[in-house]
Design a protein around this ligand. Structure first.
Ligand SMILES: C[C@H]1O[C@H](OP(=O)(O)OP(=O)(O)OC[C@H]2O[C@@H](n3cnc4c(=O)[nH]c(N)nc43)[C@H](O)[C@@H]2O)[C@@H](O)[C@@H](O)C1=O
Length: 316
């Protein structure tokens, strides 16, 4: 079994590569010339890396023709919400064109393969507090260019399934974190600041944005297991929420991190961290996916946050 991971050098890509290798799957992954390889350095002898620019149809055609994967996990994306306000067209083009190029190449070469697309809870956007937990039938009310790009990816998956019979399974994943999470994202950003303060590398002041938002966090190691099951047992043309089924405010997540540290820290709001519009609450119902695959999250949130903090303690 040959699996292709787009964005293998990223946070989720590196965890998925580890998971697939343990499952005796041959792993191929796309990188770009400017990709940082630190997350997959330890896997270099076990995975096959292919340089590919997903925005370039020729590059993607060569990739699909050369690798001929049985499974594609399409993770590569511009995934940081604030960046999408600074460069909306770039985010939309990157995320949408990349996926269209993959679909078109698979279709044109008549490749018999299953494709998982990494969509997002951000697609739900504005959610009334009476509308939680969020099922796949909740309204889609995106609040950022990033969310729009994910809605487009999501609906393209449905359209290519209906129009051409491509085996596309869409996962709408809620927030996820764990070791190697990029430092821009809130859990990692706070954990890194704490690790730096503990080492005396930074004054004991932790900068924050909106602490009232509520998010549903799953461990990345549970998420990559879900992606595997999505292709093993999920139905093509279907959408599945991947979530933990509980949520906390960002303030509560911060309190948990602070409780794992011994240093005294002052909290300060940094206005630059506030967004033009923030999704207030995301709390997912993953029962559709559970019924289909038996998946449920296994790793407790406290464990995830402890592992994340220790990850930063080891590298700052
Ligand atoms: C499912 C979805 O999950 C992620 O999107 P996100 O929820 O925007 O993730 P985040 O970690 O940037 O923010 C979470 C919340 O935390 C608030 N917040 C407070 N203070 C800071 C702060 O200092 N930094 C950041 N980044 N956020 C902060 C911020 O305003 C927001 O309410 C991506 O993986 C995305 O790709 C995806 O698909």
């Amino acid at each position: 079994m040959k699996a292709l991971i787009t964005g293998i050098s990223g946070f989720v890509g590196s965890h998925l590569a580890e998971y697939l290798l343990k499952n005796n799957t041959e792993v191929y992954g796309t990188i770009r010339h400017r990709s940082r390889m630190n997350h997959i350095q330890h896997l270099m002898n076990d995975v096959n890396l292919v340089e590919c620019e997903l925005r370039d149809p020729f590059s993607v055609e060569n990739l699909i023709q050369d690798v001929k994967p049985d499974l594609i996990f399409h993770l590569a994306a511009q995934s940081f919400v604030p960046t999408s306000w600074n460069s909306p067209i770039d985010t939309i083009h990157n995320n949408v064109a990349g996926q269209v190029n993959i679909f078109e190449a698979v279709r044109r070469f008549n490749l018999d393969c299953k494709i998982q697309i990494a969509c997002s809870s951000e697609e739900y956007g504005y959610v009334d507090p009476t509308e939680v937990p969020i099922t796949e039938l909740n309204p889609i009310r995106p609040l950022s260019p990033y969310a729009i790009s994910k809605v487009a990816q999501d609906y393209l998956g449905y359209q290519y399934y209906k129009s051409y019979g491509l085996h596309v399974v869409c996962t709408r994943t809620f927030n996820h974190t764990g070791p190697r999470r990029g430092e821009n994202f809130v859990t990692s950003n706070f954990a890194k600041q704490i690790a730096e303060i503990e080492k005396g590398l930074k004054a004991p002041v932790l900068y924050v944005g909106n602490l009232q938002a509520q998010r549903d966090f799953t461990d990345v190691r549970d998420v990559v297991h879900a992606y595997w099951l999505a292709l093993e047992k999920g139905d093509p043309g279907e959408v599945y929420n991947i979530a933990s089924g509980s949520c906390c405010t960002i303030q509560e997540m911060l309190n948990l991190l602070l409780s794992l540290s011994t240093v005294q820290i002052e909290i300060k709001e940094d206005p630059a961290r506030l967004r033009p519009s923030d999704v207030e609450i995301l709390l997912g119902d993953y029962s559709k996916f559970h019924k289909k695959t038996g998946w449920k999250p296994e790793i407790p949130f406290t464990q995830t946050m402890e592992d994340l903090l220790n990850y930063w303690r080891a590298i700052v």
